[in-house]
Design a protein around this ligand. Structure first.
Ligand SMILES: Cc1cc2nc3c(=O)[nH]c(=O)nc-3n(C[C@H](O)[C@H](O)[C@H](O)COP(=O)(O)OP(=O)(O)OC[C@H]3O[C@@H](n4cnc5c(N)ncnc54)[C@H](O)[C@@H]3O)c2cc1C
Length: 406
């Protein structure tokens, strides 16, 4: 290796960071990756793992497969003047860099609503999906016990999802599939009691989708007996119930919170300019404002003058762009500014139905579901992951989902 390689320090192992490091030329850059998570997680299929349609390990990729130096730790501080970061796992250590890429994503947002942190489950990481799967099965088993009042039985199998964006909707859809496929077979006495409710503070679910597609989703949810409570902000959460604005109480067995994201504690503490949502502002080359050797990508950043959606698609394009830009920079060639071309949005709705809201095509139903599955299968990063997900889909179709609790 040439001794004079530029030291590139990348924070995070998410979509933006992974895409960047996979494309970087290690002959020109001495790359170090720091992240508290030692794997990449393909979040678009995370909801499927909460019910066992897909197994957890099928949608992750170890960070060490990247071939760069890797430290499993969280970055806790940054001194841009010294070009040094502070990291912490059990102990604290520092790392120096020539160029720094901040791609630390975003954190779940509770909006300061009392009780959310204590009593709701989030859906962001693999351990969240595992906790949800355990809780869903615990709810079903405990509701099947004898001697319960009808109200208590119904509470235990009332699954509430807070947030009507794609994540909340897809989780409700996967849960519907579990209840009406495995539930029908193994917990037939519970089906009359079981209920899924999606609570949304805004006027509609899937607000970023086309009107007709949104209407289709609401109708389908109605047919699937998933109740949508729009314009219903949650004001308080307790151990087994929540309170809506206006005073109505909803008892639940499980509450999943996917009502939006906000900046991580690390990003909140950084001395750079941010937008109104706490994201790091960057120019069109992803340099944070006023500091040209620090870049920010993905959910933790926002391009000045634009408002790109916080999606995997955007984060990956940014990572790919920055790898190309860094190569050009190292070769002394001019770097063009970033341009984003939207490829559209997809959402799974349950019962083998999906939405596809693409620039040149809008569709809903079974064909959109086939497209949804093939699109995500092709976007998985490795052949191993593609094979495993395909195998999981076939396995759950032929033999059903595993409902063991351990
Ligand atoms: C359940 C779910 C479903 C989704 N479905 C879709 C979808 O279908 N389509 C779509 O386009 N988008 C989807 N998204 C959104 C998508 O996952 C995000 O937009 C994308 O992950 C953002 O990529 P990122 O690289 O910015 O951050 P992330 O992928 O979140 O990665 C952030 C990384 O930074 C690390 N990190 C955090 N703090 C620190 C620190 N202090 N120091 C170092 N490292 C740190 C984290 O451990 C992680 O490795 C979904 C999200 C969720 C949660």
């Amino acid at each position: 290796m040439p001794p004079d390689r530029t030291r590139l320090l990348v924070l995070g192992t998410g979509f933006a960071a992974f895409r960047l490091v996979r494309s970087i030329d290690f002959g020109r850059y001495d790359v170090t990756v720091v992240s508290p998570r030692n794997h990449f997680l393909f979040t678009p299929l995370l909801a499927s793992t909460t019910v066992g349609t897909i197994e957890f390990r099928s949608i992750i990729e170890p960070a060490r497969h990247l071939g760069a130096r890797f430290y499993q730790a969280a970055c806790t501080g940054l001194d841009p003047r010294l070009r040094r970061v502070v990291c912490r796992e059990d102990d604290e250590f520092t790392l120096d860099y020539d160029r720094l890429v901040i791609a630390v994503g975003a954190a779940g947002n509770t909006f300061g609503i009392p009780g959310v942190t204590e009593h709701a489950l989030f859906l962001k990481e693999l351990q969240d999906a595992r906790s949800i799967r355990q809780r869903v099965l615990a709810c079903l088993e405990s509701a099947a016990l004898p001697g319960l009042s009808p109200e208590e039985r119904a509470r235990r199998v009332h699954f509430v999802v807070c947030g009507g964006g794609p994540t909340g909707v897809e989780f409700a859809a996967e849960l519907h599939d579990l209840l009406f496929e495995e539930g029908r077979r193994y917990f037939p006495g519970l089906l009359d009691f079981a209920k899924i409710t999606v609570v949304e503070a805004g006027p509609d679910i899937l607000s970023a989708f086309d009107d007709k597609l949104r209407h289709y989703a609401t109708e389908l949810f109605h047919r699937h007996r998933i109740e949508v409570r729009a314009r219903s902000p949650v004001v308080r959460v307790e151990r087994d119930s929540l309170e809506l604005q206006g005073g109505e109480r909803l008892p639940f067995g499980l509450l999943v919170w996917s009502a939006g994201t906000g900046p991580t504690e690390f990003v909140r503490g950084l001395p750079f300019q941010k937008d109104s949502r706490g994201r790091l502002l960057t120019d069109h080359y992803f340099r944070v404002l006023d500091c040209h050797d620090v870049y920010a990508l993905g959910d933790c950043a926002n391009l000045l003058g634009e408002n790109l959606p916080a999606t995997a698609q955007v984060a990956m394009k940014q990572g790919e762009y920055l790898a190309g830009a860094l190569h050009r920079l190292a070769a002394g060639r001019p770097v063009p500014p970033f341009r984003y071309r939207n490829l559209g949005m997809l959402a799974y709705l349950g019962g083998n139905r999906a939405l596809a809201d693409l620039p040149n095509f809008k569709g809903a139903g079974w064909a959109a579901w086939l497209f949804w599955r093939s699109a995500y299968l092709t976007r998985l990063l490795t052949l191993r992951a593609k094979a495993q997900v395909l195998f999981d889909w076939i396995k759950s179709q032929l033999f059903g989902r595993d409902i063991s609790r351990f």
